[in-house]
Design a protein around this ligand. Structure first.
Ligand code: SF4
Ligand code: F3S
Ligand code: FES
Length: 251
């Protein structure tokens, strides 16, 4: 027998001065293989066309449908209602600007953070569109790809206590992004250049090792490993900066 689900959904329209933040309950019958994305679409189609939430790919690729599901950030399109209790609470991701109801603006946040860590290959080589692409060792290419799989959903930011307390904290995702460029031999930045970008409390030294970022990442990106490596590299750079010049730099 199919269950009747109750979805308690956060409602607020920041554009409307009369709108007051509240939770609204919707009920609907569960269907086989239902995802939260399907449930929300049905509510919008059958009960309230004004309900705001984001989606694009429906396949865990675009990162648009992230929200807080029973207290935990996750993707609506990859969450099956069968894995949830009869009562489901849905809130927008914190840490991002609210667009309305469950919809938040992650794009502005990501653009600012990527600008802060200068998220592009830094090289003096002039690009030649006719040259044969330089070869890269397979293992290295795969290691870079592993860190490049981020879908910018924002779950790791929303789950991070530091990011919620400090607006300026770069967050695991931006630090992971930098780790990807450190691995890439085409990026000619020095360790000191990376240190100048993230060797601060806004950057790697602001991370308190709370671990929630990796717990909620829907792409299972090894954020802890990358944060650990980056912390060690930046700590050594900090020590090198205070050592007298004649001493060999630590690596
Ligand atoms: Fe989402 Fe994971 Fe990327 Fe964070 S690192 S934005 S949780 S995919
Ligand atoms: Fe936050 Fe992850 Fe560090 S949850 S404090 S970025 S380990
Ligand atoms: Fe694209 Fe959910 S709709 S990740």
């Amino acid at each position: 027998m199919s269950r009747t689900l109750t979805l308690n959904i956060f409602r607020f329209n920041p554009q409307d001065p009369d709108s007051k933040a509240h939770m609204e309950a919707f009920t609907l019958d569960e269907t086989p293989s239902m995802t939260l994305f399907i449930a929300l679409n049905r509510i919008r189609a059958e009960q309230d066309p004004s309900l705001q939430f984001d989606f694009c790919c429906r396949a865990g690729i675009c990162g648009a449908c992230a929200m807080v599901i029973n207290g935990r950030p996750g993707l609506a399109c990859r969450t099956r209602t069968a894995d949830l209790p009869n009562e489901i609470n849905l809130l927008p991701l914190p840490a991002f600007k609210l667009v309305g109801d469950l919809s938040v603006d992650t794009g502005t946040w990501f653009r600012q953070m990527y600008q802060k860590v200068e998220s592009w290959i830094h090289t003096d080589k002039v690009f030649d569109p006719h040259a044969v692409e330089e070869r890269m060792d397979n293992q290295l290419a795969e290691a870079i790809y592993d860190l490049d799989r981020c879908i910018e959903c924002g779950c790791c930011v929303a789950a991070c206590g530091t990011a919620l307390m400090r607006e300026d904290f770069l967050g695991a995702v931006a630090l992971n992004r930098l780790a990807r460029f450190i691995l890439d031999p085409r990026d000619e930045r020095t360790t000191q250049a990376y240190f100048d970008l993230v060797g601060t409390d806004e950057g790697i030294f602001g991370c308190m090792g709370l671990l929630a970022c990796e717990d909620v990442c829907p792409k299972q990106i090894p954020l802890q490993e990358q944060l650990g490596k980056l912390r060690r590299k930046m700590a050594l750079a900090a020590v090198n900066n205070i050592l007298p010049k004649f001493m060999k730099p630590l690596e």
